[in-house]
Design a protein around this ligand. Structure first.
Ligand SMILES: [Ca+2]
Ligand SMILES: [Ca+2]
Length: 636
């Protein structure tokens, strides 16, 4: 079977001056594997190639002391002793640290919610986290200049707040901004006031005077196994919106669209488990119609591939989600020394076929709701192994702020609020700071990491070797949580020759696809990267098909009525790549058919047998004349 489409050698560098039409702009790292930052940051990039960094805005950096007292100075603690009060971090602080972040190699920033919050204490806590919203159409005045306009609903001329400066400074650096949003609830009871909600300064709802039914009034969730309760009752006393009310739905959608208008690139969505899936399907449909390239991921607390409800959400809501299942396994294996070690990690990855898009899950080892990784295990070398794993396995890694500086406070086991310490060190020479940058570069340049399949090659509780593959690109990773060891022989699927570790620059000889006598130090990570040819065309289609059952030796292909898809000649069809038993994927470049209506269908190419074609008339698509598009299909 031929691949009839043009490809380009990744060894060729392209100028970033050229129009960024397709992702094929990404190029191979320089031979010394140090990353040229200008090549690392290209704007028109698949989100799976990003490296996310999650910031609790109040605890990152105080760039503007004049806003720190905020509307209610009693909620501000300049001494940084009271963990329930504001400590002064703001958007100007993030702007001042953008070069630090860019040099770290993180390419997308997820900030805690920026909405205006209730200015009061609830159980000795102020809303420093941003999840107790008063007005979804206003910026939190604690985060912008004291005299700046917090309303988002202003003309273009008025878009001159420090928030707009942040968006511009990030986009100038080709970084993406992820807005953290909450649709499930507003605020808890503060001295008899609960759920008072504003529409750009105008009060529109009040839990205690709910004339227009904006809220549910069913009390607290008492049975967490009861889906109806989980969706309709309250979570920690938070006033819970009534999503059946179209006025509420119009309000929340119009608010988020105002933020998108101001330049937001992606959304992280809070507490998705607490609203019915139909709400998310409608919400995502509207948001994606408004801004088709926005990337959306949700927080389904303690999602797991064996939890069917969370899997259904990931597969049918219209957004991907944070991968708690893998997080828990990594924390057990590397943070808590669980006996099963890396088997626990592999056990989760072996269930990737439960998801339609496992490569889009957001991976992490800690966050603002659990003790930091180093509160489980203070060993900085083990943290480096854990970070190497999430950077180099399937999914999109998200690094919690300060991880690169080994930030942790172990008071009360490091539980909330001690998992939100103030960022104090800005060392750009720390080993982990350097490694995150190097691995972020591999994510950008090597499609095997971001798009490909994962093949376990050597597995014990202490040692995990695997290969990621996409077409002729490869990434080999070896991780060791135990003592020094030597592996007699390990398969790499790499081309023969000498390959250099991205992290250590040690050299490894591959012969017949194998490395012999692989020496792996205690708590060491080895990462080898080989970037093959990349698809390139006027229009690049990222094709994913789910639900196709294949046997070894069978290949899923796309055939169609255009030359790029073989003009219905199955011997010239475009072959997809196996990702897992539920997913086949490829980037298909189109040249002469770009901009035209085409018809296509999937087929299975079977050695020694006649091909098996989908049982349907055909699928039709008007191809964009340039750029990148996604097809997401299910085998018929
Ligand atoms: Ca401040
Ligand atoms: Ca709810």
């Amino acid at each position: 079977m031929a691949r009839t489409t043009p490809t380009q050698s990744s060894a060729q560098y392209e100028s970033l001056e050229a129009p960024a039409k397709v992702e094929a702009l990404v190029t191979e790292p320089k031979a010394d594997h140090e990353i040229d930052l200008e090549f690392l940051y290209t704007r028109d990039i698949e989100f799976r190639q990003e490296t996310i960094y999650f910031i609790v805005v109040d605890r990152f950096y105080d760039g503007d002391p004049d806003n720190s007292e905020g509307p209610n100075p009693e909620l501000y603690d300049p001494s940084h002793q009271d963990w329930g009060k504001y400590w002064g971090g703001d958007i100007q602080g993030i702007i001042e640290k953008l070069d630090y972040l860019k040099n770290l190699g993180v390419t997308a920033l997820w900030l805690t919610p920026l909405f205006e919050q209730v200015e009061a204490l609830f159980v000795e806590q102020a809303a420093i986290h941003g999840y107790w919203t008063k007005d979804f159409k206003r910026i939190n005045p604690r985060f912008i200049g004291p005299n700046e306009e917090p309303s988002l609903n202003k003309s273009n001329e008025a878009r001159n707040t420090v928030f707009d400066s942040l968006v511009k400074a990030m986009h100038d650096r080709k970084m993406k901004l992820v807005l953290d949003i909450v649709c499930n609830h507003s605020s808890p009871d503060f001295s008899g006031k609960k759920g008072e909600l504003y529409d750009d300064g105008v009060k529109i709802a009040d839990f205690n005077d709910d004339k227009n039914n904006w809220y549910h009034h069913y009390g607290e969730v008492s049975n967490w196994e009861d889906d109806w309760q989980v969706q309709n009752c309250e979570l920690s006393g938070l006033a819970t919106f009534n999503e059946n009310n179209t006025s509420y739905r119009d309000y929340i959608k119009s608010a988020i669209k105002q933020w998108l208008d101001r330049g937001i690139d992606a959304l992280r969505v809070d507490t998705v488990k607490h609203m019915p899936i139909w709400f998310w399907q409608e919400f995502n449909a509207d948001i994606l119609t408004y801004k088709p390239d926005v990337f959306i991921f949700g927080e389904w607390i303690y999602s797991h591939p064996t939890d069917q409800r969370s899997v259904d959400f990931a597969n049918h809501s219209g957004m991907t989600m944070l991968d708690f299942g893998l997080c828990v396994a990594i924390r057990a294996a590397l943070g808590q020394g669980a006996e099963g070690g890396f088997y626990l990690v592999q056990d989760v990855l072996d269930l990737d076929h439960h998801y339609r898009g496992a490569t889009e899950l957001i991976t992490f080892i800690d966050n603002h709701d659990m003790p930091r990784f180093q509160s489980l295990n203070p060993d900085p070398e083990m943290l480096r192994v854990a970070i190497a794993l999430i950077m180099m396995t399937r999914g999109i890694p998200c690094i919690y702020y300060g991880t690169e500086q080994y930030l942790h406070n172990d008071t009360n086991g490091g539980n909330d609020p001690y998992n939100r310490p103030l960022m104090e060190n800005w060392d750009t020479e720390s080993p982990l700071y350097r490694e995150i940058r190097l691995l972020s570069g591999v994510r950008r340049f090597n499609p095997a990491v971001s798009l490909g399949s994962q093949w376990q090659k050597y597995l014990t509780p202490d040692v995990y070797c695997y290969v990621r593959r996409y077409r002729d690109s490869r990434c080999f990773v070896a991780l060791n949580r135990g003592a020094d060891t030597t592996i007699e022989t390990v398969e790499t699927d790499f081309p023969d020759g000498e390959h250099t570790c991205v992290l250590t620059r040690n050299k490894y000889e591959v012969k017949d696809g194998k490395i012999q006598h692989l020496e792996l130090g205690s708590r060491q990570a080895i990462v080898l990267s080989h970037v093959g040819e990349r698809a390139k065309g006027k229009t690049l289609v990222r094709v994913q098909v789910n639900g196709v059952a294949t046997q070894p030796g069978e290949t899923v292909v796309v055939i169609g009525d255009c030359p790029e898809l073989g003009n219905w000649d199955i011997s010239k069809a475009f072959a997809l790549e196996y990702i897992n038993t539920n997913t086949w994927f490829a980037e298909i470049p189109f040249e002469e058919s770009a901009g035209r209506l085409i018809a296509y269908k999937y087929a299975i190419w079977r050695e020694g047998q006649s091909p098996l074609r989908e049982n349907l008339g055909c699928r039709r698509w008007v191809l964009a004349s340039e750029g990148t598009v996604k097809w997401r299909d299910t085998w018929a």
